[in-house]
Design a protein around this ligand. Structure first.
Ligand code: IPM
Ligand code: MN
Length: 346
């Protein structure tokens, strides 16, 4: 019989609340014959305050043994900026070689957005997840003086760029519109920009059915707002992808709906699924957080593990739930989770 051995990292702030709803919906959608095992990992701000640890080796090793990881949110104002981001979240993405950071955007019917009523918006950003300016390659000279010089070097390898570009072509090729847009800034960032463009063009020769396009990142932000229907699959570097996907979320229904998967397509390491939003300490513990982004991340998780029918059922349930939302009667985190769990029940 089938089974899923899931690692759960609720993390900080609203992470705890939204992950509980994600698990509720997961339990509800899975067929009886699929055995779900979960193991919760106590990682994040509280752990750091207690022990000074962010992600000890023993836990990293243990996390490796799971089929997938469900993560809530990492980060807390009581911890110096960067400690948990780098020591926990990015450490996981790098250690498990999550080179595809998959971030779909869909305009659900009737969602509140500046783009409501626009033609169908349905695109996916393939954000590189292991390189770029995120590698921590840099330093500071004469720190704290009036002559301080800080560098933050963007690392782009042919190996790293080719594998993520290839993944994006595969995804574009499998979609009806078969369109792939490279987003970079090769008019200024000439070294990395040309590496990306050359590899993009070279790999493209293997995908004659895929229509390609190139946009500078600044121009892409305009089109995200004025003409988002022009996008199908977008491939871009780690930092551009970070920024673009917050914008994509904002224009397609809000950050409360944006899901993501940190994927290692080789299956050598477990992939990790998390809402795009952060820990939102200002509303933590109040039952106000929208768990929908986490629930949609659970759908990505199921799709990754081969449970396509269950993933689709979650996405349909979310669409139906959003269509019936009454802005004047907000529901609690728990109520939204309950409603979705009932809709997906097998
Ligand atoms: C995200 C977040 C992270 C990132 C931070 C918290 C390190 O903004 O998942 O988009 O920059 O990747
Ligand atoms: Mn981000």
């Amino acid at each position: 019989s089938r089974s899923i051995n899931l690692a759960v990292v609720p993390g900080d702030g609203i992470g705890q609340e939204v992950v509980a709803q994600g698990l509720k919906v997961l339990r509800s959608v899975l067929p009886q014959d699929v055995k779900l095992e979960t193991k919760e990992y106590d990682l994040g701000a509280q752990r750091w305050h207690r022990t000074g640890e962010t992600l000890p080796d023993a836990e990293l090793e243990s996390l490796k043994t799971h089929d997938a990881i469900l993560l809530g949110a990492i980060g807390d104002p009581s911890v110096p900026s960067g400690v948990l981001e780098r020591g926990l979240l990015l450490k996981l993405r790098f250690a498990f070689d999550h080179y595809v950071n998959l971030r779909p955007s869909k305009l659900f019917p009737s969602t509140a957005t500046p783009l409501a009523g626009r033609p169908d918006i349905d695109f996916v950003v393939v954000r590189e997840g292991t390189e770029g300016p995120y590698t921590g390659n840099g330093g500071s000279l004469r720190t704290g003086t009036a002559h301080e010089v800080a560098t933050e070097v963007s690392v782009n390898t042919a190996y790293g760029v080719e594998r993520v570009v290839r993944d994006a072509y595969e995804r574009a090729n499998a979609r009806p519109r078969k369109k792939l847009t490279l987003v970079h800034k090769n008019n200024v960032l000439v070294y990395a920009g040309h590496l990306w463009k050359n590899i993009f063009d070279k790999v493209g020769e293997e995908y004659p059915d895929v229509t390609t396009d190139y946009l500078h990142v600044d121009a892409a932000t305009i089109f995200f707002v004025t003409q988002p229907e022009r996008f199908d699959v977008i491939v871009t570097d780690n930092l551009f992808g970070d920024i673009l996907t917050d914008l994509a979320a904002a224009v397609t229904g809000g950050i409360g709906l944006a899901a993501s998967g940190n994927i290692n397509p080789t299956g050598r390491f477990p992939s990790m699924f998390e809402p795009v939003h952060g820990s939102a300490p200002d509303i933590a513990g109040q039952g106000k957080a929208d768990p929908t982004a986490t629930v949609l991340s659970v759908a990505l998780l199921l799709r990754h593990l081969g449970y396509e029918a269950q993933a689709a059922r979650i996405e349909e349930a979310v669409a139906a739930d959003l269509a019936e939302r009454d802005g004047s009667a907000p529901r609690t985190t728990d109520e939204i989770g309950d409603a979705l769990a009932v809709r997906v029940a097998s």
